[in-house]
Design a protein around this ligand. Sequence first.
Ligand code: CA
Length: 229
Amino acid sequence: MKTPTILVVEDESAVREMVRFALQQQGLNVQEASETIAAERVIVQTPPDLILLDWMLPGKSGIEFARQLKCRPETADIPIIMLTARGEENDKVQGLEGGADDYITKPFSTRELIARIRAILRRSASMESAEEIEIQGLSLNPATHRVMAQKRAVDLGPTEFRLLHFFMTHTERVYSRAQLLDQVWGTNIYVEERTVDVHIRRLRKALEPGGHDSLLQTVRGSGYRFSAD
Ligand code: CA
């Protein structure tokens, strides 16, 4: 596997340097930008494997930028970790709704940051070698990252894709939010359970046009089940 490249978009140079140092020590390639226009240029030239995106930036905000990236097919699959300030709980939910795959609260330890980055990179890598799955006209190809519903493409963010992949390979069983976090996000004590609900909502919305949203059932008091019956 080639060395992953991480793009750090952060206007505080001290934070940027700290992050760059930590990532380079891990043998990762690092690119930097202090605002979104510069970030855009970097992304076009060398698409990164992951973006670390600060929420508060001069000019366009991180969340607005994340939303844009997720709307464009050529950048939609790049995982994003948002950096948010302490205690801004609503921001976190908004960030996830807007397309971020994870968030990390400042001030954070570089150890925590590396663990999150590794978890996401592992997940993207582990999905590159599996076979296409098909359930009731809904097909998912882990190799090409394509999801089709009755022959029409379904656009999914990376987390929704992983979630659907998990459900399609584990049908008819109820999974609690905690179990889904373990299975889909990786054992990560920092992610809250309501994060699961946010992504389930997004996944259902994407499956709605093909009518496959009904396969993804809420089991009251327990969690979620993907049922082909
Ligand atoms: Ca900032």
